[in-house]
Design a protein around this ligand. Structure first.
Ligand SMILES: [Zn+2]
Ligand SMILES: [Zn+2]
Length: 96
């Protein structure tokens, strides 16, 4: 059996395919969470938005919610924080 490693940090504690499209895009919880948090802030995304895959050579997108569902609570909280930050930014912008 081949060893699956995170594409970012080489950890072998990877989360299983985010979705069938990304069966080769291995990533550990920590890196995937970091990636999502960065992208949420960068693109002001919300939970139902899709962000680019963390794998460099992957052109497909991942829906934040799909990954969120398979993460543990600690990591979900980090994503919640990022979503909340973005929500606040958006809210402020709406004001005249
Ligand atoms: Zn990693
Ligand atoms: Zn991918």
């Amino acid at each position: 059996m081949e060893t699956k490693q995170c594409l970012i940090c080489s950890s072998t504690e990877i989360i299983d395919p985010i979705d069938p499209l990304h069966s080769e895009c291995f990533g550990c919880r920590m890196c995937i969470t970091e990636w999502i948090v960065t992208k949420i802030i960068e693109t002001r995304a919300s939970i139902n938005n899709a962000i680019p895959c963390h794998a460099n050579d992957c052109a497909d997108k991942v829906t934040i919610n799909e990954v969120y569902k398979i993460l543990t609570q600690d990591y979900q909280e980090r994503i919640n924080e990022a979503l909340f930050k973005v929500y606040l930014i958006k809210d402020i912008r709406k004001c005249p």
